[in-house]
Design a protein around this ligand. Structure first.
Ligand code: NDP
Length: 260
């Protein structure tokens, strides 16, 4: 019994430290990503080691979100709690798409991805899945009443809206990609307002998750996503202006319609 108590205390201690580190990382990520163009896709450049096909890279680096969930969730104290199971659904829906469907939709003309970048994303996804899944399956105390709370309902609506925007925008971009053809100016819908609606949708999704779970784990993931994709959207936006100096729409913002 004492041994079990020791394990529980150790896990709680590890979890709290990991959570604090994630919050710090969310803030810290903003600084390097504002100065360093993460070298994949249009910003690929030599010096980051060998690369692999983007399809394989996306599958491998996103895979911890699924196998870690399968390993961790059943061992949580709340694993058979219906509310925890319902909270698991949006997380899985996003990552089943990102890990298993999105890679298949990447066109053959897309740039190879450095193994070093894929390895960093793999580690991040392992770490973040531990935080999110351990929270909803073990440390979060969700009652059935939570599903009727304004936070849960608003969060779910925000998450679904973000996911629709993200899926739609990625579809438009993927359909523009043709082998032996360069990049094109995306047009239509939210692309008339911002350069990166796919990133905007992704950030909105994790804002919804933060509301739905009403947790520091969810908040830290939302902040990390914004800190990671916000600067990358600015870099994409500048790149479009450099590539299409005359033709790129001047009124278009980088990430948030009318704002940024
Ligand atoms: P990009 O917008 O850079 O690229 C998406 C795909 O579309 C790539 O295959 C790219 O080709 C192609 N593409 C993009 N723009 C054009 C264009 N103008 N003309 C032709 N083809 C184009 O997105 P990412 O690859 O950075 O991200 C993919 C998804 O992953 C997004 O939904 C994003 O939100 C998500 N993501 C989430 C992160 C998080 O922190 N939660 C981190 C990173 C990504 P190519 O690769 O050759 O450039």
């Amino acid at each position: 019994m004492a041994e079990l108590d020791g394990h529980i205390a150790m896990d709680k201690n590890l979890y709290n430290r990991a959570l604090k580190a994630m919050l710090a990382m969310a803030v810290a990520t903003f600084i390097p990503t504002s100065f360093i163009k993460v070298p994949y896709g249009r910003h690929s450049r030599p010096g980051w080691g060998p690369s692999i096909s983007p399809r394989l890279a996306w599958f491998l680096m996103e895979s911890p979100t699924l196998w870690m969930s399968a390993l961790l969730f059943p061992h949580g104290r709340m694993s058979s709690n219906p509310t925890s199971l319902i909270l698991l659904m949006p997380f899985l829906a996003h990552y089943i798409h990102r890990c298993c469907i999105y890679p298949l939709r990447i066109r053959s003309g897309s740039k190879p991805l450095p193994i070093s970048i894929a390895a960093m994303a793999f580690l991040f996804n392992t770490y973040n899945t531990y935080l999110q899944i351990r929270w909803i399956s073990h440390y979060g105390n969700y009652t059935a009443g939570w599903l009727g709370s304004p936070m849960f309902i608003a969060g779910l609506l925000v998450f679904i809206t973000g996911m629709i925007i993200n899926l739609w925008a990625d579809s438009v971009l993927l359909s523009l990609r043709r082998e032996n053809e360069g990049y094109k100016i995306p047009r239509g819908g939210l692309f008339e307002y911002v350069s990166c609606p796919n990133y905007f949708g992704e950030i909105v999704e994790w804002l919804g998750w933060a509301l739905m779970t009403w947790s520091l784990a969810g908040l830290s993931f939302f902040l990390y996503t914004a800190a990671n994709l916000g600067p990358r959207a600015a870099v994409h936006h500048d790149w479009y202006h450099e590539q299409f100096p005359e033709r790129y729409p001047k009124s278009r913002k980088a990430l948030i319609p009318f704002v940024y």
